[in-house]
Design a protein around this ligand. Structure first.
Ligand code: ES4
Ligand code: ZN
Length: 326
């Protein structure tokens, strides 16, 4: 149909993707094999059949187990290049890639293996296909603030590569307040900040991310629907929400895609965008997310164009580069 073609063809930006969440089972087995690491799954199909989650934590347990096989710069290069090929197929012309340094440094993988592999793939994709990128280290909220501070200080050797820092992992029990000090340090060094908030946690976490962490974007934020005052404030601030429809369905943040709040967020004049989050685990990359939500919510072509314009407006591209796509 016409709308499928519009979605597939329109140039778009992705603002919420965890590179460790783009790790497809086939590549995971190949890298495990060459690194002499044994996975606890017999085959690609066996691993794939484990991708059934009742909540965020059940997913995170598998996601961290999968990341365990990534050791060398080449591993991070291959992982990132596989994702960038999907970007080319899906007409993603700009991507802001999250990664979790602590997941790797904690197990003795040098920070430079991680960053050099990811960066070289991004440079190659920019040269070959013109895809632009930003790199955004995230702090793991299940670890201490002290650990986040150490990770931040270690990352500063590569400061010129980063635009912003984020906050991800288990939201329940780890509110924004826990990371107030490290976010202050991050902002004092001149970086922007973003945070996962209002995914599984309450709308109050969205307020706190804005007011205590001074974020420029909220990752997910769908639970803002519980608080009419917050919806008004998000619209007033034009605070972007990086929404991830297939993620929300797979992690049972919504029970049915027809209940997804994306259309309501747009109706409230909120700057919502569509993103893939952890596409290897959640059943699809950018265009699959657009198709799923467009069909379930009967989005109009105008809605699609709005979502795509929002993706550039909410990006960390400079204004002159945004204008090329708006
Ligand atoms: C994540 Cl879906 C999601 N939520 C929070 N943290 C994450 N890390 C990777 N995917
Ligand atoms: Zn996420």
């Amino acid at each position: 149909r016409k709308q499928r073609e519009l979605i597939n063809a329109i140039p778009k930006a992705e603002l919420h993707v965890h590179i460790e969440g783009t790790f497809e089972p086939e590549l995971m087995f190949a890298i495990a094999d060459r690194n002499d690491i044994r996975l606890k799954y017999k085959s690609v199909d066996d691993l794939h059949s484990a991708y059934q989650f009742n909540n965020l934590q059940e997913f995170l347990d598998l996601y961290y187990a999968g990341a365990y096989v990534l050791l060398y710069e080449q591993d991070f290069y291959d992982l990132t290049m596989a994702y960038l090929k999907k970007c080319r197929e899906d007409k993603v012309v700009h991507t802001e890639i999250f990664f979790d340094p602590q997941t790797h440094t904690q197990r003795g993988v040098p920070f430079e293996n991680v960053i050099n592999g990811i960066l070289q793939a991004c440079i190659d994709a920019q040269n070959e296909w013109g895809i632009t990128y930003r790199l955004i280290p995230n702090f793991l909220r299940h670890l201490s603030e002290e650990d986040a501070i150490k990770s931040f200080q270690e990352s500063l050797r590569f400061a010129e590569l980063f635009t912003a820092y984020g906050l991800d992992s288990s939201e329940k029990g780890h509110p924004p307040l826990k990371f107030k000090n490290v976010f202050e340090m991050v902002r004092a060094e001149g970086f922007l900040t973003i945070a996962h908030a209002g995914e599984e946690g309450p709308a109050q976490n969205v307020w706190d991310a804005i007011e205590m962490l001074k974020v420029s974007r909220i990752d997910h934020g769908v639970r803002s629907m519980d608080d009419p005052e917050l919806l008004k404030e998000l619209a007033r601030l034009q605070m972007p929400l990086t929404v991830c429809p297939l993620s929300n369905l797979k992690l049972k943040v919504v029970d049915d895609m027809r209940d997804h709040p994306l259309k309501k967020l747009l109706n409230h004049n909120i700057l919502a965008t569509v993103n893939s989050d952890d596409p290897a685990y959640f059943g699809g990359y950018m265009n699959a997310n657009f198709h799923a939500v467009a069909e379930a919510l009967k989005l109009t072509n105008e809605d699609i164009v709005t979502l795509v314009s929002n993706s550039f407006k909410a990006s960390f591209l400079p204004d002159e580069e945004k204008k090329k796509w708006l």
